[in-house]
Design a binder for this molecule. Sequence first.
Ligand SMILES: *[C@@H]1O[C@H](CO)[C@@H](O)[C@H](O)[C@H]1NC(C)=O
Ligand SMILES: *[C@@H]1O[C@H](CO)[C@@H](O)[C@H](O)[C@H]1NC(C)=O
Ligand SMILES: *[C@@H]1O[C@H](CO)[C@@H](O)[C@H](O)[C@H]1NC(C)=O
Ligand SMILES: *[C@@H]1O[C@H](CO)[C@@H](O)[C@H](O)[C@H]1NC(C)=O
Ligand SMILES: *[C@@H]1O[C@H](CO)[C@@H](O)[C@H](O)[C@H]1NC(C)=O
Ligand SMILES: *[C@@H]1O[C@H](CO)[C@@H](O)[C@H](O)[C@H]1NC(C)=O
Ligand SMILES: *[C@@H]1O[C@H](CO)[C@@H](O)[C@H](O)[C@H]1NC(C)=O
Ligand SMILES: *[C@@H]1O[C@H](CO)[C@@H](O)[C@H](O)[C@H]1NC(C)=O
Ligand SMILES: CC(=O)N[C@H]1CO[C@H](CO)[C@@H](O)[C@@H]1O
Length: 429
Amino acid sequence: MLSLNYPDYILLTLIVGVAITKSQPLEEVAVGSLECKENTCMKLDYPNRTEVACFNENVTANLMSYESLILHSSQLANMPRKIFHQLPQLVELYVLECEVQGIERECFEGSTNLRKLNFGGNFLRILASNTFELATQLEELNLSDNQLEELPPMIFLPLKKLQKLNLSSNRLKTIPQGIFSQLVLLSSVILDSNQLTQLPGDLFRDQRRNLSEFSAKSNLLERVPSNIFLSVEHLQLSFNPQLRRLQSTAKVYDLHATNCGLESVKLKGPVVRVQLEDNLSLNELKISQPQVLEQLYLANTNLSRLDFLSKASNLVDLDVTGIDNLSDLPQISSVAGLERLSFTYDNTSSDHMDMLPQLKDLKYLEITHDKGREVYIKDLEDDFFVDDVQIHCDQLADLLEYVELPKDTMILEDRIVGDSREPLRCGAT
Ligand SMILES: *[C@@H]1O[C@H](CO)[C@@H](O)[C@H](O)[C@H]1NC(C)=O
Ligand SMILES: *[C@@H]1O[C@H](CO)[C@@H](O)[C@H](O)[C@H]1NC(C)=O
Ligand SMILES: *[C@@H]1O[C@H](CO)[C@@H](O)[C@H](O)[C@H]1NC(C)=O
Ligand SMILES: *[C@@H]1O[C@H](CO)[C@@H](O)[C@H](O)[C@H]1NC(C)=O
Ligand SMILES: *[C@@H]1O[C@H](CO)[C@@H](O)[C@H](O)[C@H]1NC(C)=O
Ligand SMILES: *[C@@H]1O[C@H](CO)[C@@H](O)[C@H](O)[C@H]1NC(C)=O
Ligand SMILES: *[C@@H]1O[C@H](CO)[C@@H](O)[C@H](O)[C@H]1NC(C)=O
Ligand SMILES: *[C@@H]1O[C@H](CO)[C@@H](O)[C@H](O)[C@H]1NC(C)=O
Ligand SMILES: CC(=O)N[C@H]1CO[C@H](CO)[C@@H](O)[C@@H]1O
């Protein structure tokens, strides 16, 4: 048990006191000139960490008419001061690839119109808790491509209007509990390409927890708390090789959890589109509300039962390619509205082919077997067939919504079966 008695408390304050007094005040250096093309300024070189550039009316005179300012390809050890004193009209500020290491709270004085701030591609490693205290009108904050290892728990608290936050490609190992608390408008959170091993269960505790986008792709997540979200439109958890189990009660429109180490997935809330392909150990999938399911991608998994399929009355798109032991393959015939189907055919599944004629709405059928892959397409427009093979393949690619066709794909059209012309060969070469 951790109990703070009085002497400990004194000690802690002392340590904090030392840490604060350690940072010296910065030497202010007036910016002599700005090299700008319209609202894009480059080559502002203030690489000295103990100095901070300061904007003045002489250098900003030509920028008064812009609501957006872009600083890039510069060396700014610290974010310049007085940008918003001089340019209070700014709605968007981009400080991109400028080697920024420090951001002072004072930099945002006067930023009453600032709604979008992008610090992508800098050297930010540590941010103070009060960094954004004065940027209260922010709606979008982009801190991607930096070196952030941790975040102060209160850092976003003043940003009551924040809607989108991008923290991708940093070095975050943890996300503090409640860091998004009171951000009632937050709808998009991107945490891709960090080193997160878990997400706190009450990450979205005191807010509505209805997000349009949450992405934590390419991390080291071992678990995702089952009730962390109420509803998310796009939930992206792919490329988390440590993730063995996924349980969710949320309402999700589009779930991606491909290329993880998943063994078991249980989705209790309604899910519409589910992509779980390339999880070679996935052997359990439970979907409690299959009637809302429209798309299900399960290629290259180790599933054998899909007993919910018979209730998946709205399923139109199913990919079960590369599943060796799918004993429920015949159940597919109960998914009467299926329009796209991909599966692997081997000689043990040959008697399952009886299901195909029952799928009256099938427009796209892809069969993978040991000799290659065949794609069958139904209901082509009458004038579809042209002699120029290349045009045909391009139109086909359009029809398949830009699916990249595998090399040497053989395409057979139902109305040209028996046609003396050779089957078409399209696809990437
Ligand atoms: C950095 O700036 C400080 C204060 O202006 C100065 O004393 C120091 O010499 C500078 N360092 C370098 C490497 O220029
Ligand atoms: C702006 O330029 C004028 C004239 O060159 C000069 O007198 C003034 O000191 C400059 N102001 C700043 C803040 O540098
Ligand atoms: C965030 O910055 C990155 C560049 O570092 C950019 O690719 C991305 O589009 C930005 N996102 C937003 C919402 O501005
Ligand atoms: C977040 O930033 C990354 C670049 O680091 C970019 O690729 C991605 O598109 C951004 N996402 C959003 C939603 O802005
Ligand atoms: C949040 O999502 C839940 C579940 O979809 C829904 O019932 C609720 O009305 C939503 N709340 C808001 C404020 O959007
Ligand atoms: C797939 O499941 C079988 C049992 O059904 C098991 O023996 C095998 O190890 C599993 N394969 C993988 C890659 O987990
Ligand atoms: C498929 O099932 C057979 C018999 O049940 C078993 O011997 C084989 O290991 C299974 N293959 C996989 C990849 O699970
Ligand atoms: C299935 O194919 C394998 C190898 O291709 C062959 O050894 C086996 O006899 C075939 N089984 C049937 C039932 O045709
Ligand atoms: C644990 C496990 O089987 N993970 C696999 C999930 O699928 C990807 C892609 O097929 C493999 O690379 C992983 O090894």
